[in-house]
Design a protein around this ligand. Structure first.
Ligand SMILES: O=C(O)c1cccc(C(=O)CC[C@H]2O[C@@H](n3cnc4c(=O)[nH]cnc43)[C@H](O)[C@@H]2O)c1
Length: 229
């Protein structure tokens, strides 16, 4: 049994998670790169290799920093994604953005819906361990939102979304294909809005990520099973 796989984008996020783990032997943390393509491909490879070696993971977490929708979660806040959403998977039209489900393709050709729900058991466990976390949909985008107009459009399309990042949905698809439980855990480095990269509070978000990572401890079952068995 190999325990949880935690996938981050960059090494600083992975290190922040590792520092917070109560029992690092039950959690594997891997920085895989920025954006959905590399995150999905790398996660799928890690899951397949573990499975082929006879040591499958028990669950997958997409963790790292994120932009928070103003008024919903502050910089430094912690977010648990109850859904991970492919927010820019679709088509533009004169009437506005069309999600991939509305492009007229048969559903079976899509491979996965554009909104994937977190595993209820994993989410419930993390909610109990992180009572201060904001829970809601987390958007996955290939382009960081950076204007008032695009922020307003996202809010209109996803009125309950709490944060955006660049990997969660892709990691969720990899977990879904491997039939593994998934959840997204984010801490907020910046408000979503007009781009101001210099104002991102990465240190604050990474400190919050370390604190939140303490919740990624083992279940009773995992605690009784040493890694590698
Ligand atoms: O330069 C550093 O030291 C450093 C430390 C930690 C993280 C970074 C990143 O560049 C993280 C990139 C990562 O952050 C997510 N993110 C954060 N804010 C947003 C946002 O407003 N919109 C979309 N994504 C955001 C994203 O998942 C990136 O992969 C640098």
């Amino acid at each position: 049994m190999t325990g949880l796989l935690v996938v981050t984008a960059v090494p600083a996020e992975a290190e922040a998670v590792r520092q917070g783990l109560a029992d690092p032997t039950t959690v594997t943390v891997v920085p895989v790169g920025v954006g959905p393509a590399v995150a999905g491909a790398a996660t799928a490879r890690l899951l397949a290799l573990a499975e082929a070696a006879g040591r499958p993971y028990q669950g997958v977490v997409s963790a790292g920093v994120a932009g928070g929708f103003p008024g919903r979660v502050p910089v430094g806040g912690t977010v648990l994604g109850d859904h991970s959403v492919a927010a820019d998977l679709g088509a533009e039209s004169p009437e506005g953005f069309l999600p991939v489900e509305e492009l007229g393709m048969p559903a079976e050709l899509l491979g996965a819906p554009s909104v994937l729900a977190a595993d209820p058991t994993l989410l419930t466990r993390l909610r109990q361990r992180l009572p201060g976390a904001t829970v809601g949909p987390v958007l996955t985008v290939s382009t960081v939102t950076g204007t008032v107009t695009s922020t307003a459009a996202l809010v209109a399309r996803h009125p309950t979304a709490v944060a955006e990042a660049m990997e969660g949905y892709a990691v969720a698809v990899a977990a879904d294909q491997a039939r593994l439980p998934f959840v997204e855990l984010r801490t907020i480095s910046n408000p979503i809005g007009p781009r101001d990269r210099a104002a991102w509070q990465l240190g604050t978000a990474l400190t919050a990520l370390t604190a939140a990572a303490a919740a990624l401890g083992p279940t009773g079952d995992q605690a009784a099973t040493p890694p590698g068995c």
